[in-house]
Write a protein of this length. Structure first.
Length: 442
């Protein structure tokens, strides 16, 4: 059937799954489409195009992406949307299999050749995903914002050069590519001029930033320059523990840089870390934690751990429990081992039973809950800066304090009606319930 829609009359909506790196990709593609004359709308407005940005990192994320595709195909069948485009990590990883499974999806696209994807949608002439040009956006791409007011992200690199045996990211995203510092600064300055108060720098491995161009990390130089732009909060996410140097730690003392350390240790048993093809051990990881806390008395640490990795015995797991408690890590994410195709961990034997993995996950989460409760209890009575985000319930406002990274660390509620003109202001912490803090304006 001939398409009677002109580009300027066609509408597009997004569903973005997975991490905030994916959110940035969705924002970049949305900007490309707007530049080509398409209008970005809510998914509830019966758009001409629905675009799903998928995650393909672990089993749960893949299942969520598949469910979202199936739901979208039902909408297409009912006439609620006209066409469906699916892109991102899941497609990059399983393009041929998904092409056979989802014949009614109009476009299946991976993570590269993004300008070509925008052209394809604007011209409404679907083509095969070329997968030729590794994509890395820059300051010239005019992103649209899908995040809450006052807070956003900059992706400082793409891809990864590590060989973690459990991880598929290098297969999906390709080798590590850092953006030029000048490009990041231009984008950051633009965001600052738009009123952004919290800037989060994200990467698959922020400690490696610039090492693809030289021998040393350029993260300290980047932080020094961005911290001079005057953001209220500057947060760095995903610091590989074994690559942290004294210079990198010292750079966190710069203006507006939050002493928030996102350290995906994954484990502390030297035996299991070797199987994971990661560095570190109990002693080295504990020394890093102590070094951070000595330099930054108000530091907040976040880490992720994998339990039930093939070969993980009781002693290995006990080391992990001891470390989590002794290091008093305020924010812990726990993942049960997920067997990922074509990763080195597929070849490992001594796999753990699902019930064993579930039990170990619950044990570690119990320590996480204790650590968080102790930390939150110490906050009561303190005055903290509060970033208002959105209206909540009964005339209250939801937001975050500086030790709460977007989405993963909970929120803070104050009993005051939300106002679009709100900027960051001080509050006194009055209580908490699990991950939710409560406060009142000072």
């Amino acid at each position: 059937m001939k398409n009677n829609y002109k580009p300027e009359s066609r509408t597009v909506s997004f569903v973005s799954l997975g991490c905030f790196k994916n959110t940035v990709d969705s924002e970049v593609l949305a900007g490309m489409l707007k530049k080509r004359g398409l209008k970005i709308v809510s998914e509830y407005e019966n758009p001409d195009w629905l675009i799903i940005n998928t995650c393909g990192f672990i089993r749960d994320a893949k299942e969520e992406s598949i469910e979202e595709i199936l739901t979208a195909l039902e909408k297409k069948e009912k006439g609620e949307i006209k066409k469906l485009a699916v892109f991102g990590c899941l497609i990059q990883r399983y393009c041929q299999e998904l092409k056979a499974a989802f014949k009614n999806v109009d476009i299946l696209w991976g993570v590269n050749d993004m300008e070509e994807l925008a052209d394809t949608m604007a011209k409404d002439r679907p083509v095969e995903y070329p997968n030729k040009n590794l994509f890395l956006y820059n300051d010239r791409h005019q992103r649209l914002s899908f995040t809450t007011p006052g807070s956003t992200f900059i992706k400082i690199s793409e891809g990864c050069n590590m060989t973690c045996s459990f991880c598929s990211i290098p297969m999906i995203r390709g080798p590590y590519r850092s953006r030029p510092i000048i490009s990041i600064l231009k984008e950051a300055e633009h965001l600052k001029n738009q009123g952004i108060e919290e800037l989060n720098l994200i990467s698959q491995n922020s400690t490696y930033f610039g090492k693809d161009r030289g021998m040393q990390s350029q993260l300290p130089d980047l932080l020094k320059k961005i911290s001079g732009l005057g953001f209220r909060w500057l947060r760095v996410l995903y610091l590989m523990p074994e690559e942290i140097t004294a210079e990198i730690l010292e750079s966190f003392a710069g203006p507006s840089i939050l002493p928030y350390f996102d350290l995906p240790f994954q484990h502390v048993s030297a035996r299991i870390l070797k199987k994971m093809q990661r560095g570190g051990n109990f002693k080295k990881n504990m020394q890093l934690v102590q070094q951070i806390r000595n330099l930054f008395p108000k530091a907040v640490l976040r880490s992720t751990f994998i339990v039930g990795f093939p070969g993980e015995e009781e002693d290995d797991f006990k080391q992990l429990l001891e470390f989590a408690a002794k290091a008093a890590i305020e924010r812990i994410g726990v993942f049960g081992f997920s067997l990922e195709e074509n990763t080195a961990s597929c070849k490992l034997t001594q796999r753990k039973k699902p019930q064993t993995i579930a039990n170990r996950k619950n044990c570690l989460l119990a320590i996480s809950d204790k650590n968080l409760q102790k930390y939150n209890q110490a906050l009561i009575g303190q005055t903290m800066d509060f970033l208002p985000l959105a209206p909540w319930t009964n005339g209250s406002t939801i937001g975050r304090i500086s030790s709460q990274a977007p989405e993963v660390d909970g929120h803070c509620e104050i009993q005051e009606k939300f106002n679009e003109a709100f900027k960051m202001f001080p509050i006194k912490i009055t209580g908490f319930q699990n991950e939710m803090l409560f406060g009142k304006r000072q």
